[in-house]
Design a protein around this ligand. Structure first.
Ligand SMILES: [Zn+2]
Length: 120
């Protein structure tokens, strides 16, 4: 999954191309055309900008990164006493569960890219 567009129509950064979190003002696009998306990245992904530029296809990384989300969700569920029915979660717990999944996938994605190993 590649998150696009990464900027508003006015050119303000919105979404990190790599992980989907809030982007800041540095992108990876070559901007061959003025209409190209800048490919903005978040603060954490900017630290891996050279490695991210070398990745040709994200799919294998994204599939492997799902395991990071599963691990993070499992850890979160354990931390709140092992509730397994979403209906038993209060609103904050539901949001924290989704945050754990999102953050876990993004963290694993960056870890895989940092190592430079193709997951398959
Ligand atoms: Zn990012």
């Amino acid at each position: 999954m590649t998150f696009t567009p990464t900027a508003t129509a006015e050119g303000q950064p919105t979404t990190c191309r790599c992980c989907g979190r809030h982007a800041i003002g540095m992108g990876i696009s070559r901007m061959a055309k003025s209409t190209d998306d800048p490919g903005y990245l978040c603060g954490e992904c900017i630290l891996l900008i050279e490695e991210i530029k070398r990745v040709r296809r994200m799919d294998p990384y994204e599939l492997a990164a799902l395991d990071g989300g599963v691990d993070a969700v499992g850890e979160y569920i354990d931390s709140i006493g092992g509730l397994t029915e979403l209906a038993e979660f209060d609103e904050l717990q539901q949001r924290m569960l989704v945050k754990a999944a999102w953050q876990g996938c993004a963290d694993r994605l960056r870890e895989l890219i940092r190592k430079g190993d193709l997951p398959f």
